[in-house]
Structure formats: structure tokens, C-alpha cells
Ligand binder design. Structure first.
Ligand code: F6P
Length: 341
């Protein structure tokens, strides 16, 4: 068979390890050949496709980013031609099917294409770890490790200056990175999109930490919003607690400083969390996803996605895989919150 591979959406440490796993096993065991599709679905729409031989994936498991490139463009965007255009380009290259490595958006598009008869198989990817049908996504552990190390470093400078530090981590819809990096680094408050918290509660934790002679560290997921209409618009949030400008760390910093009198600084870790080499755990998970994905392709299990259940790699339908997001359960945050302040 001739199989295409694309990586789409935000990049993630471990993408190259998946590509390597697919190509190595596919070539060695099944004698399939591979086509690299550049920049996700853009490569399919614009016919930007190249031969991907086994020698090109050598040594890739430790390399960050994606050798295929990525984008957020989709075939269903205006003027992109939808499934018809995808079928036309696949036929031109005699591609039997393709593997889409991506998060919720990428997998939803894959499911839509499959529903229109395109042979596609999914591999889940996101540093946010918010896909419900897999226990873990690769890239998450790496992101948590980077965030934890960064918070540890920020804490020592905060202690020296007797300051409060507000650290913003990624997590648009789910607070998994904030929760885990916050617990690992011993944060004095962890703010996540799933749990409403008022500014009074945040400043109470900060004050309690200062009262014990420590420098408070507040970890906030980018998707967190202050609850209650208790914060005035001059601080950059509206009456619903929604941001007017800047990230959540930038908005919280002047409020904490004004209400507690403690000098406060903010740091947004941003794309640092997605860059560089994957941890060994992520390399192993990504490699297993890759080798199991090509097994499933060989069995022509189109319309499915590989997933981790316990210690096993299993197949789930793309429809099920994209049905709901995996949020942080309230009890998990409560467990951590006992230690705040
Ligand atoms: O979906 C993963 C993610 O890291 C989100 O947490 C974040 O909001 C987003 O990607 C950032 O994406 P971009 O690279 O487009 O700025």
C-alpha cells in the first residue's frame, strides 16, 4: 500500500517519533511505502506531497517539532474543495489512504472525510491532554516537565525578591498542564478553566503564603477566567470576568499587587511548552501509537484512531474519539486545593 502521513494543528513533542514508528514498521514488516504531506491538510489541498523513505526517519524519535510541518488549514475551509479535492490529490499520487496525526480539530476533519468515503486513520496529539478517548496524549508529559522546571526557576527568583509570581501555562479548554505542573512545583494556587474561583479566594491564598514568610506562586491555565463581577474593568476584565486584553497572568498580576500590596510579576510560558525534545515517556508512547497505527492501516481499519487504555494501545472509532473533551474533574482540583495558600 502507499500511505500518506500528515501532522496538523499545534505541534507537539513526539510527532516525529510517531512518524518514525509508522514508517519503520510499515517498511520493515509490511513493505508499504510512504508519502509525507506538508503542513497538515494544506499539503492535501495544495498537492504538496513528497516520498518519505525509511532513511529519512532515522534518529527522529528524540527530535522536537514535526519534519512534515503543520498548519491549521482544513479541506472544508472556503474554496479548499472539501473531500472532492482530497480524493483528487490522493488519486493523483495513488495514495491508498492516510494517517492524520492531530488534536480535536484535525480528528474531527478526519471523521468528516471518512464519512465521505476517504480512507483515513487518526493518531491523537495534544499537549493539553484533553482528548477523552485516550488515557494520555504524547507531548503532555514533556509540557508538564518544562512547565514544572520553569516554575521551580521562577520560584527561586520570587523568593529572593519576596515577590508573588503568576505563571501562565497552556490549556485553552482544560487545566491538565496547570494542575500537574502546579502540584509538581508546589504552587500556592492553581487556576483552571474547569473550576470557578473568585479574586478574593486568589488573594487569600497569596496573603496566607506571604504570612508564612514564603513567596507565593500562582499557576494559571490560559483558559482560566475569574468568576464573579467583583473585579473592575480597569484591570482588564469585563463584568463577566472575561479578559479584555492580554493573557490571564497579565490580568491577575496588577489585581493581586493592588489588593495584597505584594510586588507581583507575571510570566507566560507559551510555546516553550511545545518546543524541544520529548521526554522518554512521550517518545515511547508516540512510537507505540505509530507502530499500532500502521498495524491498523494494514488491517484497513479506516475511520478509527489509536488510543491508550491502561497500558494497551487500542482502536476507537473517530466518531467516538471526537465526541467530548476530557476536562479536569472537580475532585482532582479539590485534592490539590487542600494544599493551597
Ligand atoms: O491545543 C494546544 C495548544 O497548545 C493550546 O493549549 C493553545 O491555546 C494553543 O495550542 C496555541 O496554539 P498556537 O500555536 O496556534 O498559538
Amino acid at each position: 500500500m502507499k500511505i500518506g502521513i500528515l501532522t496538523s494543528g499545534g505541534d507537539c513533542p513526539g510527532l516525529n517519533a510517531v512518524i518514525r514508528g509508522i514508517v519503520l514498521k510499515g517498511d520493515k514488516v509490511y513493505e508499504h511505502t510512504f508519502l509525507g504531506i506538508r503542513d497538515g491538510y494544506r499539503g492535501l489541498v495544495e498537492d504538496d506531497i513528497f516520498t518519505l523513505p525509511r532513511k529519512q526517519v532515522r534518529g527522529l524519535s528524540k527530535q522536537g517539532g514535526t519534519i512534515l510541518g503543520t498548519s491549521r488549514m482544513g479541506p472544508y475551509g472556503e474554496g479548499n474543495g472539501g473531500a472532492e479535492r482530497v480524493r483528487e490529490v490522493m488519486d493523483k499520487h495513488e495514495m491508498d489512504g492516510f494517517i492524520a496525526i492531530g488534536g480535536e480539530g484535525t480528528l474531527t476533519v478526519a471523521r468528516m472525510l471518512f464519512d465521505e468515503g476517504i480512507p483515513v486513520l487518526g493518531v491523537p496529539k495534544t499537549i493539553d491532554n484533553d482528548l477523552s478517548s485516550t488515557d494520555v496524549t504524547f507531548g503532555f508529559e514533556t509540557a508538564v516537565a518544562i512547565a514544572t522546571e520553569s516554575i521551580d526557576r521562577l520560584r527561586t527568583t520570587a523568593e529572593s525578591h519576596h515577590r508573588c509570581m503568576v505563571v501562565e501555562v497552556m490549556g485553552r479548554d482544560a487545566g491538565w498542564i496547570a494542575l500537574n505542573a502546579g502540584i509538581a512545583s508546589g504552587a500556592h494556587a492553581i487556576l483552571i478553566p474547569e473550576v470557578p474561583v473568585t479574586i478574593e479566594q486568589v488573594t487569600d491564598w497569596v496573603q496566607a503564603t506571604v504570612n508564612r514568610g514564603r513567596a507565593p506562586v500562582v499557576v494559571a491555565a490560559e483558559g482560566f477566567r475569574l468568576s464573579g463581577a467583583d473585579v473592575s474593568a480597569k484591570h482588564g476584565v469585563d463584568h463577566m470576568g472575561r479578559p479584555r486584553f492580554g493573557g490571564i497572568a497579565e490580568q491577575l498580576t496588577p489585581i493581586i499587587e493592588e489588593r495584597t500590596g505584594i510586588e507581583t510579576r507575571s510570566m507566560t510560558l507559551g510555546h516553550l511548552q511545545r518546543g524541544g525534545v520529548p521526554t522518554s515517556y512521550d517518545r515511547v508512547l508516540a512510537t507505540r501509537f505509530g507502530t499500532h497505527a500502521i498495524d491498523a492501516v494494514h488491517r484497513r481499519e479506516w475511520g478509527t484512531m489509536v488510543a491508550l487504555k491502561g497500558t494497551d494501545i487500542v482502536s476507537v472509532g473517530l466518531a467516538e474519539a471526537t465526541r467530548e473533551r476530557k476536562s479536569v474533574p472537580r475532585e482532582r482540583w479539590d485534592e490539590a486545593a487542600i494544599l493551597f495558600g
